[in-house]
Ligand binder design. Structure first.
Ligand code: SF4
Ligand code: SF4
Ligand code: SF4
Length: 439
């Protein structure tokens, strides 16, 4: 186990799917990165350092010493952890007196720090240790010509005196990793701009959202296929904040993916294996573009997939659906999400597509002038076209084909009630009519 993960607090607490894609992808690359017990928060530099610098220094030094005791370099997928651990390591390696003081304290918990291990950002690790060539050769489903906007985030690059992973003003390494997947790394004006996440906890949430929005607006105007990053705080800014903008009515529509998610897809892993369905802003448009490159998800004619995507993200009317009220296992929003992900073949065999009763409640309520009934109708039509239908529906179709009606007239009860014979079905006319219309 030559390397150990340092996850920090944010990923396990808020974004475990980022841990999932990282573990799955590195495992599939055959890279041995293990886990260590005993870490605390890195701790967060912007919060702890100004308030309690000694606590910040000792806690970070303790984290480093735990890894050093085991002879393991650290790999972190968090810009914040990277900043803290690299800054403290750099400070202590340049200041022998400070290191001696830290070690005096570390002795009390049986640890010692000598600066013998390295701290890698996950992106740095993939680029410098795993290597671009290895990554390129692991790609089985390239992201050919998809336009991906890299967001480095400040603390993957700056302060360069402590970080030193790439040229802080003209970085290229993350872009190289994107190109290794076959994608185009989009150049854009706000590329090196901060995500603004640190403004939120100091009472400036609006400014934090405004900063995130600037980049998203530019990427929307450039019509990129996705943004990629590798920091949970940045993801919070661009995914969660973007979702809040969507709820306020602003549709920016920029899918935001961790690099390990892109890499996993390019390695041929399924979206479900990577946990990509757990983003706040759906990544389905990106997945659809990706699927189209590789044989593609089955296309459903007459269905506005943009509307399906918005519906999948919305879900506002789900609890107005009468079927949801009586069937715990049915959630039409789940069907919309799967449809938006391109999971059409599996959906066509799902009993759920037959559970929409066409009550049109959702259509009447929908502020987007959509209604889930439209998607259910198309799914059922496609299923029928492939000969997939419930037995009750099959029996009704057979009855209609045979007699032009769904059930026989109940002549006996009619006679008892003194009613005239039931109307004859004009099945012969119907056959002529249908034969004509088929020509
Ligand atoms: S940077 Fe943030 S997420 Fe990472 S360990 Fe520190 S506080 Fe936790
Ligand atoms: S039309 Fe279908 S999905 Fe919409 S509310 Fe009625 S049963 Fe539910
Ligand atoms: S049908 Fe309309 S209101 Fe209901 S979830 Fe879809 S988009 Fe939202």
């Amino acid at each position: 186990m030559p390397y150990a993960y340092f996850w920090g607090c944010f990923i396990p607490a808020r974004f475990p799917f980022l841990e999932k894609s990282t573990r799955v992808v590195l495992g599939n690359l055959g890279v041995d990165v293990g886990d260590l017990d005993g870490f605390t928060c890195c701790p967060e530099t912007s919060v702890l350092k100004p308030a309690e610098e000694r606590t910040w220094l000792l806690a970070a030094a303790r984290n480093l010493a735990i890894a050093e005791t085991r002879g393991l370099d650290l790999v972190t997928p968090c810009n914040g952890c990277y900043l803290t651990l690299k800054t403290v390591a750099a400070k202590l390696s340049a200041d022998a007196a400070a290191l001696a003081q830290v070690n005096q304290a570390l002795q009390r918990v049986g640890l010692e720090l000598n600066g013998r291990i390295r701290v890698y950002h996950l992106i740095e690790f993939l680029h410098d240790v795993v290597g671009v060539t290895t990554i390129r050769s692991a790609v089985t489903k390239p992201l050919t010509d998809l336009r991906i906007a890299v967001h480095y985030g400040c603390h993957m690059l700056r302060p360069s005196s402590a970080i030193g992973f790439d040229d802080a003003r003209h970085p290229t390494k993350f872009d190289n990793l994107v190109r290794a997947l076959g994608a185009v790394s989009e150049e854009y004006d706000t590329k090196l701009m901060c995500c603004g996440g640190a403004l939120s906890p100091v009472g400036s949430a609006e400014e934090a959202a405004a900063m995130a929005r600037m980049k998203l607006v530019e990427l929307k105007s450039r019509k990129v296929d996705a943004m990629t990053l590798s920091c949970p705080n940045c993801l919070m800014q661009y995914d969660v904040n973007q979702f809040q903008m969507l709820r306020r009515g602003e549709q920016l529509g920029v899918p935001v993916l961790y690099y390990t998610e892109l890499l996993g897809l390019a390695m041929g892993l399924e979206p479900e294996e990577l946990g990509v369905s757990m983003h706040k802003v759906g990544v389905e448009p990106f997945l659809a573009a990706f699927a189209a490159l590789h044989g593609g998800a089955p296309q459903l004619p007459h269905l506005d997939m943009g509307a399906v995507q918005r519906c999948a993200e919305c879900g506002a009317c789900v609890h107005d659906c009468p079927v949801v009220r009586v069937d715990d296992g049915f959630n039409p929003n789940t069907v919309m999400k799967r449809l938006a992900l391109g999971d059409v073949d599996a959906l066509l065999t799902s009993p759920d597509i037959w559970k929409c009763v066409d009550c049109y409640v959702c259509a009447e309520l929908c502020p987007q002038n959509f209604g889930m009934d439209k998607a259910f109708e198309v799914l059922r039509a496609e299923a029928q076209a492939r000969g997939i239908r419930p037995s009750g529906t099959a029996a009704q179709l057979a009855a209609f084909a045979k007699a032009g009606r769904l059930s026989e007239v109940a002549e006996g009860p009619r006679r008892k009630l003194g009613l005239p014979p039931g109307p004859k079905s004009a099945i012969d006319d119907l056959r002529v009519l249908l034969a004509d219309s088929a020509e």
